[in-house]
Design a protein around this ligand. Structure first.
Ligand code: GDP
Length: 302
């Protein structure tokens, strides 16, 4: 399984846990939990989550609820799973009832926005939806060429800027208008990759959001933030910034087929309360999977 081939780094770190817990006994609880804390920290879980997990394990051990190393390991996996699957978090796409549904794909450059958009188009088209792509990355010249390749590959229509240096918001607005007139089910909007610290580009993102909402009330239905699975702890400030500016409704984690680091994902989901909706596990059309929290936990803590 492609997901399982990722996380090798995290898994190597976490493999120590098994050995640690094998020799656990009640008198060694403090030492074992201190070591577990270290391991979770180097695996990018971040201090907040790490303390939360370790303290809840300590409580359950002292209350006599966990009596063996394997029970502790199971409890550890369960608490990570609970953090990843918050109540009320919808992990499937929420496309509403008005047509077309509009999905904005946002994120920093190189994270996998365009690729994820292409793969998502393929998925939705296979489910029977009529998909229109919108090349809203007007900042980088090659970006719309790249999206056009995906349009061809997936057999989807696409709207690109007619003139050079077109405003992203006007391209997206045109696309959603066309989507409405021609009965498309979903308009998937690419946006330009930006540093989350670049204020001007963040402003543009707000303009994009407003522009599509003027054409279809309630749009965009989803604003998906694409995060490169290899980003490490920097993922959290990135997600925080995008969320504050436009309000993120879901995450797409990419490159989980590489040596992605799993821990920080848990921090993002826990702190921002935003669900992971899809994971990217390769560069092919079929390499986007709905997020499966249990498979994720099993891949990380095998
Ligand atoms: P953008 O700048 O955010 O639009 O990023 P791109 O979609 O251009 O992707 C950047 C690079 O990452 C490209 O070479 C993609 O093929 C690659 N990429 C994207 N998603 C994945 C993934 O899930 N797995 C792997 N292995 N590569 C990916």
């Amino acid at each position: 399984d492609k997901l399982f081939s990722g996380f090798s780094k995290t898994r190597d770190n976490l493999a120590v846990i098994d050995e640690l817990l094998l020799y656990w006994n009640l008198s060694e609880t403090d030492r074992v939990l201190d070591e577990l804390e270290e391991i979770l920290l180097v695996s990018d879980f971040g201090p907040r989550i790490t303390i939360k997990i370790v303290e809840s394990l300590r409580e359950d051990i002292l209350a006599g609820k966990l009596k063996s190393g394997s029970e502790i390991k199971d409890a550890l996996k369960r608490s990570v799973l609970d953090l990843l699957t918050k109540k009320g978090n919808k992990t499937d796409l929420q496309l509403g009832f008005r047509k077309p549904a509009v999905v904005l794909i946002v994120g920093v450059n190189g994270g996998g926005k365009t690729t994820s958009l292409g793969k998502l188009a393929y998925r939705l088209k296979n489910d029977g939806a009529k998909i229109l792509m919108a090349a809203g990355d007007t900042f980088r010249a090659a970006a719309s060429d790249q999206l056009e390749i995906w349009a061809e590959r997936t057999g989807c229509d696409i709207v690109v800027a007619k003139e050079e240096k077109a405003k992203a918001s006007s391209v997206l607005s045109q696309a959603v208008k066309r989507g409405k007139e021609e009965g498309f089910d979903v308009v998937l909007c690419d946006t330009s990759g930006r540093l989350h610290t670049n204020y001007g580009l963040m402003e543009e993102l707000i303009a994009c959001k407003k522009a599509v909402g003027k054409v279809v009330p309630g749009a965009p239905n989803e604003i998906l933030l694409v995060l490169d699975g290899n980003t490490g702890l920097n993922m959290l400030p990135q997600a925080r910034e995008f969320n504050e500016v436009v309000g993120i409704t879901g995450l797409i984690l990419t490159k989980l087929d590489g040596s992605a680091r799993g821990g920080c994902v848990v921090s993002v989901v826990d702190e921002l309360g935003i669900p992971v909706k899809f994971v990217g596990v390769g560069e092919g059309v079929e390499d986007l999977q709905p997020f499966d929290a249990e498979a994720f936990v099993n891949a990380v803590f095998s």
